[in-house]
Write a protein of this length. Structure first.
Length: 272
C-alpha cells in the first residue's frame, strides 16, 4: 500500500498517471523506462516530496514493475475483480495484483461506471477486495453534470461525491476492513475536456473531501488528488489546496511528468 499521509516523513504531494488503453506493450515499457529515469534523478521523488505512481494495462504490469525497480515509483492496476479466486473468466484478482507487485488499484472510474455498468455496489465490493489484499484503493468519484451556476456548485458537488464515498466504502466498513484510501476527485463533466474544472471549484471540493475523510478515524492517512483533464499549472494555481494530481493524456510524454515534478518543487520552495 501507499505510505499513509499526512504524517511525519510522508510525501507532501501525490502524482499519478493512468495510461488507460492508449499504448501497446512495447510503447508502455519504453514510457516506463523513461519515467523511471526521471524518478531516479528528480529531487521531488528522491527527496520524498512527491509520491509518484503509474497505472499501466494488465499485460504490462510485470514489465513496468521491472522498469521501475529501485525508483520508489509505485505500481498500480486499472481494475480488479471483487473476488479473490474462482471461475471468473477474464478477471484479475487483488490477490494476484499484490503478488505481482502492485501497491494500489484504480476503482470506480467514470468509464467503468458508464461503459461497463459498475454501480456503487460493484465498486464497494472492489474497494473491499483491494483493502483486504493490502492494496490502496485509488477510488474515483465525481459528479456527472457541470454546475449551471457557480453559486452552490462546490456544496452540490461535495454532497454528490461524499454520498458516493459512503456507498463505495460500505462493504469494507461492514467487514471492519477500512483503511487509508487515495481518493481521486474527477468531475465526470471535466474528463477528456481541453481544460480542468475551475480552480476555485477544484480547491473547494478537495478541501471538503479532506475534511470528510479526516473526520473518520478508520480512514486516517487517506489522501485526495484531482483528476479530470489535470495538467501543468494546477498545483501552483491551487496554492497548496491541490495536494496531488491524477494525470492522463498530458503525461504521455515523460518530459511532462518531469515538468509536473518541477512545479511541485517550486510550489514547496525547494531548489531543483
Amino acid at each position: 500500500m501507499l505510505t499513509p499521509g499526512p504524517s511525519v516523513g510522508a510525501p507532501t504531494l501525490t502524482v499519478g498517471v493512468s495510461l488507460k488503453m492508449y499504448f501497446g506493450h512495447a510503447r508502455t515499457l519504453e514510457w516506463a523506462r523513461a519515467v523511471a529515469d526521471v524518478a531516479r534523478a528528480h529531487p521531488a521523488v528522491t527527496g520524498g516530496l512527491v509520491d509518484l505512481f503509474v497505472v499501466p494495462t494488465f499485460p504490462s504490469l510485470v514489465g513496468v514493475r521491472e522498469a521501475l525497480a529501485g525508483t520508489g515509483v509505485h505500481l498500480g492496476a486499472q481494475d480488479l475483480a471483487w473476488a479473490d479466486e474462482g471461475a471468473f473468466t477474464g478477471e484479475v484478482s487483488g490477490r494476484e495484483l499484490r503478488e505481482v507487485g502492485c501497491d494500489l488499484v484504480e476503482v470506480g472510474h467514470a468509464e467503468r461506471r458508464r461503459l461497463f455498468g459498475e454501480d456503487d455496489r460493484v465498486v464497494a465490493d472492489k474497494v473491499h477486495a483491494a483493502l483486504r489484499n493490502g492494496l490502496t484503493p485509488l477510488l474515483c468519484v465525481g459528479e456527472a453534470s457541470a454546475p449551471a451556476v457557480p453559486d452552490g456548485a462546490v456544496a452540490a458537488a461535495l454532497a454528490a461525491v461524499t454520498a458516493q464515498l459512503e456507498s463505495d466504502l460500505s462493504a469494507a466498513a461492514a467487514a471492519g476492513a477500512l483503511g487509508p484510501v487515495l481518493v481521486a476527485y474527477e468531475p465526470v463533466w471535466a474528463i477528456g475536456t481541453p481544460a480542468p474544472a475551475p480552480d476555485a471549484h477544484i480547491a473547494g471540493v478537495l478541501d471538503g473531501l479532506r475534511a470528510w475523510l479526516d473526520a473518520r478515524p478508520e480512514l486516517a492517512g487517506s489522501r485526495v488528488i484531482y483528476g479530470g483533464s489535470a495538467g501543468p499549472g494546477l498545483l501552483t494555481r491551487g496554492a497548496g489546496r491541490v495536494r496531488g494530481l491524477f494525470l492522463g493524456r498530458f503525461a504521455h510524454d515523460p518530459a511532462a511528468v518531469a515538468a509536473i515534478l518541477d512545479e511541485a518543487l517550486a510550489l514547496e520552495g525547494v531548489a531543483a
